[in-house]
Design a protein around this ligand. Structure first.
Ligand SMILES: Cc1cc2nc3c(=O)[nH]c(=O)nc-3n(C[C@H](O)[C@H](O)[C@H](O)COP(=O)(O)OP(=O)(O)OC[C@H]3O[C@@H](n4cnc5c(N)ncnc54)[C@H](O)[C@@H]3O)c2cc1C
Ligand code: FES
Length: 265
């Protein structure tokens, strides 16, 4: 177990992605690998996990989509404000150059460092509606899908995945997003005999394997994940079905997805 005290880190840049999401540039150099996350602390509010969405010479970035109190407070912080940062935590993606990326919603943040690394890799990215699109400037050329047809192609990012894998012979699929999208991606990859690695979310408190809050079947997502081999997850009894909420009670993934969609539309 690796425990760090939070470092006090300044926000040095703030990119507005859309009405609901911002990318915060944090003045801290972190030796991370794609797929890992940071615990971000706002004193007196809470501490929550966020994927490392990229880095440059000045520090690292996180992308925050507004949902509840914490993400609203974090995304509202201005340049010059500070947050507590600990990490990086979690298992990273094993990198393979001949790959493609399947991203849903703010799950794109977790895959963005792979897209930076392998700039030729095809990206399939979907949102419920076009106004939620992130990284318009950073990744202008990708296959964009919306469920309501308000931008890009009407549909979901897995719609053209099978055809692409067959045409281009990708050897690895990386995926992060809502669990139904992950399940679909894993099944397509499995049926074509292609490796698939996915990053998943569970409610996290400690982020370092102590509290058991992030359990998914026999694993703790903060230390055994958040990146898992797709085939392994297909046999995990909780994945795609249920997770613990803040109080430690089980909640259904289907119900969470419905609430998310209502919130975004
Ligand atoms: C490994 C990991 C990486 C993440 N990366 C990002 C990211 O890059 N960008 C981003 O916007 N969000 C990310 N999240 C989600 C983020 O941690 C918060 O959950 C989210 O911002 C909503 O929190 P809230 O308090 O504002 O909303 P709330 O209204 O309190 O919660 C909304 C929903 O968010 C989920 N949630 C709340 N707290 C947590 C928590 N401590 N851990 C996990 N899920 C929680 C629950 O499903 C809850 O129903 C990530 C979560 C995990 C586990
Ligand atoms: S968040 Fe505490 S064990 Fe994973």
């Amino acid at each position: 177990m690796k425990y760090d005290l939070p470092k006090n880190v300044r926000i040095i840049n703030r990119t507005i992605e859309n009405d609901q999401a911002v990318t915060l540039h944090l003045a801290v150099q972190i030796d991370f690998a794609p797929g890992q996350f940071l615990m971000i602390w706002i004193p007196g509010v809470d501490e929550k996990p966020f994927s490392i969405a990229g880095s440059d010479r000045e520090g690292v970035m996180i992308t925050v989509r507004r949902r509840g109190n914490f993400s609203r407070r974090l995304s509202g912080l201005d340049v010059g404000a500070s947050v507590g940062v600990r990490g990086p935590y979690g298992k990273a993606f094993k990198l393979a150059e001949n790959c493609c990326l399947v991203a849903g919603g703010v799950g794109f943040a977790c895959l963005a460092p792979i897209a930076d690394l392998f700039s030729h890799a095809p990206i399939f990215y979907g949102e419920n509606t076009a106004k939620n699109r992130i990284y318009q400037k950073r990744f202008p050329r990708l296959n964009f899908y919306t469920v309501d047809g308000s931008g890009g192609k009407k549909g979901v990012p897995t719609d053209d995945l099978e055809a692409l894998i067959q045409q281009q012979g990708c050897k690895m699929v990386y995926c992060c997003g809502p669990e139904p999208l992950i399940v679909k991606t894993m099944r397509i990859s499995q049926s074509l005999g292609v490796d698939c690695q996915v990053a998943i979310e569970r409610y996290m408190k400690c982020g370092i394997g102590i509290c058991g809050q992030c359990v998914c079947g026999p694993t703790r997502v903060c230390v055994d994940g958040p990146v898992f081999d797709g085939l392994y997850l297909l046999n995990n009894p909780d994945f795609g079905h249920r997770r613990l909420d803040a109080t430690g009670g089980w909640e259904s993934i289907e119900v969470i997805q419905k609430e998310k969609r209502n919130h975004e539309n």
